[in-house]
Design a binder for this molecule. Structure first.
Ligand code: COI
Length: 355
């Protein structure tokens, strides 16, 4: 519950619910929007800086039909999670990394961005205002979705004259309907997610709209998601629609190097560090699609998907199977990461922020 002083500080006039936990069937959580109590919002002009924002009741926002985001896709988003620790306190995972990534994306998209401090404070405020929606330990997490968009009106192609920074949250469970069971991917040979010099390396909204077609075709055929290849040689792995990819062979873990077309995932970066700290050799390099053929394990990483084992990959009609159980390495890394995120193990990395 927010203290009265804090409520005044954020200008919340509505009564914040006093219950510790929302009356909700936590066992029913998947990865869909559950409407929570408050969202955070602040605006600024094109060359301005964001003023201290405020919490508002969660709900629709007004947007000019001519806004930059609606007409020209001038928008970015972030994703991070809060976990309820045993004992009741709440842990955020590396929020300053999301702030830095948003700043990097904003620069590419000609948008002003909140400072790291503003971003992290806004995240904390939004999570605390919606504290009763942080699932009980072990039942899921609170997904935090910061948005940055050109909300001002434009008609000719140009950066919008006004920007909105908004954060909403939703309790979530597993991303894939398979839960923690291995997912089945198909390698996409015709559609591409990103091109060199494009925006594949930032979290702009258009990167996600552009994969919907390939993803829906794949889902209609029974696959969980799509694995993209580089658009130049169609030979090297890039990423899955919603997450990064790792290949394990003989205790060496390889993942496509960040080179502008791949999203620099915070879970990706964390898993690399966790794996190295446990003695694995991790290589960031070009990973050829042929390496899938004799890999021991393949797994995906992302804020939403966490660490998701891959059970099979289909490429040009050939299906490679990795087994229908979680691989040893994937399981080890999943457990190490999630126990750190949930406060079940010592945070030697200094990655969690306790609220
Ligand atoms: C995340 O993992 O946070 C993402 O932004 C991916 C999204 C498609 C859910």
């Amino acid at each position: 519950m927010l203290s009265n002083r804090r409520r005044e500080a954020v200008g919340v006039t509505t009564q914040i619910e006093d219950t510790e936990l929302a009356g909700f069937n936590w066992d029913s959580l998947g990865f869909g929007l559950v409407q929570t109590d408050y969202m955070y919002i602040t605006k600024c002009a094109q060359n301005g800086t964001f003023s201290e924002g405020e919490l508002q009741r969660f709900g629709p926002i007004e947007l000019n039909p001519s806004s930059g985001v609606l007409n020209y896709g001038q928008g970015l988003f972030e994703g991070l999670k809060a976990y309820r620790k045993d004992g009741g306190s709440i842990l955020l995972f590396r929020p300053e990394e999301n702030a830095l990534r948003m700043m990097m994306g904003a620069e590419r998209m000609c948008m002003p961005s909140p400072t790291v401090k503003q971003f992290v404070n806004a995240v904390k405020l939004t999570v605390l205002a919606n504290k009763r929606w942080v699932p009980p330990t072990g039942k899921g997490s609170l997904y935090i979705r910061p948005l940055l968009m050109g909300s001002g009106a434009v008609l000719g192609l140009a950066p919008a004259p006004e920007y909105t920074f908004l954060i909403f949250v939703s309790p979530v469970g597993n991303y894939f309907k398979e839960g923690l069971a291995p997912i089945n991917l198909i390698v996409e040979n015709d559609f591409h997610r990103a091109t060199p010099g494009g925006t594949g390396g930032i979290k702009t909204i258009g990167n996600y709209a552009s994969v919907l077609k390939a993803q829906s075709i794949a889902k209609a055929k029974g696959y969980s998601d799509v694995l993209y290849l580089d658009s130049v040689s169609k030979k090297y792995l890039e990423e899955v629609s919603s997450c990064n990819v790792f290949v394990v062979k003989d205790k060496v873990i390889s993942t496509p190097a960040i080179k502008g077309t791949i999203l620099p995932g915070i879970t990706r970066k964390s898993i690399i560090d966790v794996a190295r700290s446990r003695g694995f050799q991790v290589e960031e390099r070009l990973v050829s699609v042929d390496e899938l053929l004799d890999a021991d394990e393949v797994f995906c990483t992302g804020t939403a998907v966490v660490v998701s084992p891959v059970g099979s990959i289909t490429y040009l009609g050939e299906r490679v199977e990795y087994g229908n159980k979680v691989g040893v390495v994937s399981q080890q890394l999943y457990s190490a990461l999630t126990s750190l995120q949930m406060g079940l193990s010592d945070d030697k990395m200094g990655w969690t922020v306790e609220l």
